[in-house]
Design a protein around this ligand. Structure first.
Ligand SMILES: Nc1ncnc2c1ncn2[C@@H]1O[C@H](COP(=O)(O)OP(=O)(O)OP(=O)(O)O)[C@@H](O)[C@H]1O
Ligand SMILES: [Mg+2]
Length: 331
């Protein structure tokens, strides 16, 4: 079975201005040792999906329904039902996360070493001396020069690329089964971006780790993923093995995203090539959420009903009326 299986996840934010349905019925699986790419425009719910898995949702965010089934050393548990205390034992040890901005992962007032060591002491109940030895080895492994010295430096003493590496070292320090990488290279320059992606692939092989790779960059997706899910406004609109997605995209939104593929290695921050804005999640369009921007919308259908997911090939699913997907089975 899969290492992680997310089923019909709904995560909402309850704000003064109303309810934001950031993630509104998302399902996907991540296989052991494999990489799932997650793509979609800004605001479609990629980060909230990721943060739901380890329950970093702040005070206003809540998982309102769905399951997050995690194969925890052979026993399947539902992380969606875990308490704060229970999820703390999963975070870092089983599932670790790296972010676009490593400053957000590190506290500025402690040395990088202290922060890596703290997690290892908490999860493994080992001595600080032993944890320190392991931390130095890890920093060396991710390519930090003079790790026995840099371990006692503060995050601000690292350069951007080195800090990113240090964050990866911290994420890997407790041997997680799943690494969630949320735009891990967006803020880096092209050469360092390529180095960090190579490093992640190498570490994945060595530790047989699964990766959830969130990115705007279709080039990065193509290079890193085994399977890809395409998100639009809090939903998965298409899900397919990576080659299938690139050579045989079905959803009109996926095709448009693919047209936005950047030159390899070029830095992309935002996908702004698709006409029309992403609608406000507080005010979802009726029918298919993509219909106001869709070149193939069918009047009376796409603006009225919501398509259900249909299987169009092996492990290839799409939610679009062009392929059937009416609830009563008619197409
Ligand atoms: N704390 C919050 N309170 C209210 N709304 C939120 C909060 N965090 C996220 N959202 C909203 O949830 C939706 C999904 O946000 P999310 O950060 O997951 O998007 P994303 O796909 O990661 O975008 P990006 O590519 O820009 O990182 C957005 O509409 C966002 O404004
Ligand atoms: Mg995000």
């Amino acid at each position: 079975m899969a290492l992680l299986e997310v089923k019909n996840l709904k995560t909402y934010f309850f704000t003064d201005e109303g309810v934001v349905k950031a993630v509104d019925g998302v399902s996907f699986e991540i296989e052991e040792g494999k990489t799932l790419g997650v793509v979609g425009e800004s605001g479609c719910g990629k980060s909230v999906t990721a943060r739901s898995i380890i329950k970093l949702l702040g005070t206003t965010g809540r998982i309102v329904s769905g399951e997050i089934l995690y194969n925890m050393d052979g026993k399947v548990v539902d992380l969606a039902k875990f308490s704060k205390e229970e999820i703390r034992k999963v975070r870092g040890r089983h599932i670790a996360m790296i972010f676009q901005e490593p400053m957000a992962a590190f506290s500025p007032v402690y040395t990088v070493g202290d922060q890596i060591i703290e997690g290892m002491v908490y999860h493994f109940k080992i001595s600080r001396e032993e944890a320190r030895e392991r931390a130095i080895e890890l920093l060396r492994r991710v390519g930090i020069p003079k790790p026995e010295k840099m371990i006692d430096a503060y995050p601000f003493e690292y350069s951007g690329g080195m800090r990113q590496r240090a964050m990866i070292a911290m994420a890997l320090s407790c041997n997680p089964r799943l690494l969630i990488a949320d735009e891990p290279t967006t803020a880096l320059d092209v050469t360092i971006q390529a180095q960090v992606l190579d490093l992640l692939r190498e570490l994945q092989k060595d530790y047989n780790m699964s990766i959830m790779m969130i990115t705007h960059n279709m080039g990065v997706v193509a290079e890193m993923s085994d399977h890809v899910v395409v998100m639009y406004l809090g939903r998965v609109v298409e899900s397919a093995p990576v080659e299938e997605l690139f050579y045989n995209p079905k959803h009109p939104y996926t095709s448009l995203l693919l047209r936005s593929i950047p030159v390899v290695g070029k830095r992309v921050e935002r996908l702004e090539v698709i006409e029309g804005d992403v609608p406000d999640p507080r005010n979802m369009p009726k029918g298919c959420r993509f219909h106001p921007r869709c070149p193939y919308r069918m009047k009376g259908l796409c603006d009225e009903k919501e398509p259900v997911e249909v299987e169009v090939g092996p492990k290839h699913k799409v939610s679009c009326f062009l392929y059937g997907g009416t609830e009563d089975g008619a197409s």
